[in-house]
Design a protein around this ligand. Structure first.
Ligand code: KIV
Ligand code: NA
Length: 263
């Protein structure tokens, strides 16, 4: 199988072929996911919850993400490696440059950052310097306290329209991917049709360009209850690698997410 790059994902969008993404935090699981065909591996700040046991992603540091990115980079195989910029790591433009640089030196091939239109300046500067950026919109877990909990975003038409307009601005600033978390399926589809770059969804319905899940949810080993938009693929398979492959194939065949995983 060929190495996955940004061009691969752009071509997949143009061809209307969904691609698969999964979080990874170490070399062994990254290897299994890559062998199973997963296109993109994300070192997510979800590691604050699933590895460290916190109730939010806020305690995660740039050093935590760099450490796990180095681990995943050694096992990533052909998959594209994306890494999260954690809470407050972009408090200033200078910090954003330093921290994104650290992630890229650790082995990331793209960085992900949470926010809205205000991210445009940072995204422009990163893109100029050769750092591809995925903008994470909709439910942004780093703003959980401001949102008043983990809630579906963009339910009303005005909010949905604003999210799309903000995404347009971020794409104009250079964003290579938009990731949408926990939004109505109708907004996922509208976003996919509104912008030229790939749209990755988690709880954003079936009509986006790629899907992502947290690895622990796919394996049914989460601390809390498994979110509605996720699915335990290990339940019907014999090994971890088979569970990853079942997820990958379900995404490719548009069997996941189904109606019951969508809002
Ligand atoms: O940190 C993470 O795992 C994420 C995904 C849920 C998109 O940001
Ligand atoms: Na994250």
């Amino acid at each position: 199988m060929k190495t996955v790059t940004l061009s691969t994902l752009q071509a997949a969008k143009r061809a209307g072929e969904p691609f698969s993404c999964l979080t990874a935090y170490d070399a062994s699981f990254a290897h299994a996911a890559s062998q199973a065909g997963i296109d993109v591996l994300l070192v997510g700040d979800s590691l604050g919850m699933v590895l460290q046991g916190h109730t939010s992603t806020l305690p995660v540091t740039i050093d935590d993400i760099c450490y796990h990115t180095r681990c995943v980079a050694r096992g990533k195989g052909r998959s594209l490696l994306m890494a999260d910029l954690p809470f407050m790591s972009n408090a200033t433009l200078e910090q954003l440059m330093q921290h994104a640089g650290a992630l890229m030196r650790a082995g990331a091939e793209m960085v992900k950052i949470e926010g809205e239109a205000w991210l445009a300046d940072g995204i422009r500067e990163l893109t100029r310097r050769g750092v591809p950026v995925c903008a994470h919109m909709g439910l942004t877990p780093q703003t959980v306290h401001q949102m008043g909990g983990y809630k579906v975003q963009g339910r009303d038409a005005a909010h949905a329209e604003r999210i799309i307009e903000d995404a347009r601005q971020l794409v104009a600033a250079g964003a290579s991917i938009i990731l949408l978390e926990c939004v109505p399926a109708s907004l996922g589809q509208a976003m996919r049709d509104a912008i030229d770059v790939p749209v990755i969804g988690i709880g954003a319905g079936p009509d986006v360009d790629g899907q992502i899940l947290v690895m622990h949810d796919v394996l049914g080993v989460s601390l809390g209850r498994i979110p509605r938009f996720s699915r335990n693929f290990l339940a019907d398979t014999a090994s971890i690698e088979d569970a990853f492959r079942a997820y990958h194939e379900a995404v490719k065949a548009r069997r996941f997410p189904a109606e019951e995983h969508s809002f």
